[in-house]
Design a binder for this molecule. Structure first.
Ligand code: UDP
Length: 305
């Protein structure tokens, strides 16, 4: 996102405490401040048009084991940031919400009007922020947009040719874990359950390319209106099973990628597919890099350059 903003001519400052991030991921042309989110006021005093708020704890399993960490980082951190924005007169926020706010869906594709019943503290803490944003917008004139991400994947290439891929100390996501086998970093990939009520028995997810996600943030930033809070789902609208992801990775890498069937992972809904009709209709967004081959191909290219 920072690279995309720099490429479109914005002045960008990245604030990160580096608890899970990487200073060398900050693009050329963006300023970088290493500080906790609770100290954002000092940075915002420099004068900003808006905040894109990505900072959060985001591992479902960890959130179940350490809920306090999730409530304090995700909700507490955001409330501190919102207060810093009020103090310094910054009026626009684009917030990284999540499909986890919905919990187990009653039907798919999931529209924004679906009931929000998160099944873990991660989703609950993100939903609490969405609730706070509505209140702050109504009371304090904040203009906010929440984007509820489904399964973000792929890699982004900046205008200068630099490639930004996924790099987590603890990798839990499917695509990087499958590609790690092709790279020889893991022996096999575990398939978490083959007895779901889906065509091949494995879970179905909606994968969205990181470049399409960044594009939605640019549109959302322009769409922030004082006093308003909009919530949009962000997915490609197509579902792919774990089995299909592994097959596509085999085709793209030419590696056999051994897969081992394991137990279901706690809290995994069978199918999570977004309806992104609302953001399409209201902001004109669409997934330009849709399709598993594009997403996996870009993720693989980023790992093998
Ligand atoms: N998954 C899997 N093996 C892995 C990682 C994930 O079978 O090593 C499955 C997981 O159970 C889910 C899907 O792949 O059904 C996507 O998981 P991921 O963690 O990438 O994203 P999530 O859907 O949890 O946001």
């Amino acid at each position: 996102m920072a690279a995309r903003l720099v490429d479109t001519g914005h002045d960008v400052t990245v604030l990160d405490d580096l608890s899970t991030g990487h200073a060398d991921a900050v693009p050329d042309g963006a300023a970088f401040v290493q500080a906790p989110i609770t100290e954002a006021a000092g940075v915002l005093a420099g004068g900003f048009d808006g905040v894109l708020h990505f900072a959060a704890r985001s591992l479902v399993g960890e959130s179940v084991a350490r809920p306090g960490l999730y409530w304090s980082s995700n909700l507490g951190g955001t409330l501190a940031l919102l207060d810093a924005m009020r103090e310094t007169g910054v009026r626009r926020m684009v917030f990284s919400s999540t499909a986890a706010t919905y919990g187990e869906p009653e039907s798919t594709p999931i529209p924004e009007t679906a009931p929000t019943r998160p099944t873990n503290p991660y989703g609950a803490s993100k939903l609490a922020v969405d609730t706070a944003l509505t209140a702050y917008a109504g009371l304090h004139g904040l203009g906010a947009v929440s984007l509820r991400y489904f399964n973000v994947a792929g890699a982004h290439t900046g205008a200068d040719g630099r490639v930004y891929g996924e790099r987590h100390a603890v990798e839990t996501h499917l695509i990087p874990n499958v590609l790690a086998v092709a790279l020889g970093r893991r022996e096999s990939v575990s398939v978490f359950g083959t007895d779901y009520p889906t065509p091949d028995g494995t879970c179905v997810r909606d994968y969205i390319h990181i470049t399409d996600l960044a594009e939605a943030h640019l549109l959302a930033l322009d769409a922030c209106r004082p006093g308003g809070h909009q919530i949009y789902n962000l997915g490609s609208g197509s579902g792919f099973s774990v089995q299909e992801v592994i097959e596509t990775c085999r085709e793209i890498t030419g590696h056999p990628i051994p897969a081992v069937v394991g137990e279901r992972r706690a809290g995994d809904p069978a199918v999570l597919v977004a309806s992104s009709e609302l953001i399409r209709r209201e902001l004109g967004w669409k997934a330009e890099h849709a399709g598993l081959r594009t997403i996996v191909g870009d993720a693989w290219a980023a790992l093998t350059r």
